[in-house]
Design a protein around this ligand. Sequence first.
Ligand code: UD1
Length: 341
Amino acid sequence: MILITGAAGYIGSHTLHNLYQKKRKIVAIDNLYSGFKWAIPDTSIDLYIGNCGDPELLQFIFKKYKVESVIHFAAHLEVEESTRLPIKYYKNNFFNSLSLIEQCLKHDINQFIFSSTCAVYGTPEKIPVSESTPVNPLTSYGKSKLATEWALQDLTSSTATPLSLFTENSVNKLKFAILRYFNVAGAKVGGGLGQSTPNATQLIKVASEVAVGKRSHLKIFGSDYPTPDGTCVRDYIHVDDLAEAHSLALEYLESGGASGIFNCGYGQGFSVNEVVSSMNKVIKRELPVEYVSRRAGDAISIFADPSRVKNTLGWKPKYQDIDLICKTQYEWEKEIISRGL
Ligand code: UD1
């Protein structure tokens, strides 16, 4: 049995669908802060509405189900917001994760997959970014994720006193895969699922909302960065490819793979202007844009070196196409309207 936290959210729900199609047994937690019940595909999947760090809820679930693996998505993820409300990020992203990891150790969970971010690197000195690139998060979002990574590594290290000593076993057997996502975008190929959070801030999501008329125009935050066209550069990865990376990471740990960190991106950077051009191509007209000042906390330019995720997990991305990413996001935005979601 796999416990998925944040299972009704954007990346959590795509991963849940991926694993569900593979007939894996799943139990879900979501507090529905930015997730939706309808994103869970089947009422036979038990969804607990609550806090992923709540010890009582976790003890209940770990006793009721034979959970062997945990995939932990539940988090806040707005970079700019985290510069204004750091306590919100440390409490939800770090404190709750720590409590979840503690319960996993106490209940002898075998595998833990953690949803981390390339924001842990800040603006790196060298790109592409490999897992050994020095970490230097610029915001409380990145720092709260990095703090969780460190706690996970410390608490599962061979020298740490096993928390399972408090239960029947004396061996600390929890293994982890930390997936550092680059810029996740797009929606399920074929439709039916996508990011639905109101007031989302991610570029391709916002651009799609402008395209369907939910917003009047797209603000481009900064055009004076030291990049080829002055706008920031990111590595946009399709959410279905990222979901598959989780599934592969789980199989890898289950079949005896060692704990590790994996950068999840395609290894190709696109500027904000290039993304807008792609969206223009998809919608066959020009999105209204306004160039405004820089946004707090933004890294200048970052894209992944995906060698490790490909070589170790056997990840073979299927949707590495910025136009397809924009198209699936745009189609989903129209589906939100037609389904009244
Ligand atoms: C960051 C993280 C990413 C994380 C995501 C969660 C980095 C490098 N990446 O993405 O790992 O998963 O947060 O939310 O830290 N932009 C505009 N106008 C808009 C929206 C965005 O110009 O309306 C620009 C931003 O300034 C930025 C780029 O588009 O340069 C991408 O922004 P966004 O989609 O918000 O993601 P990141 O903050 O890069």
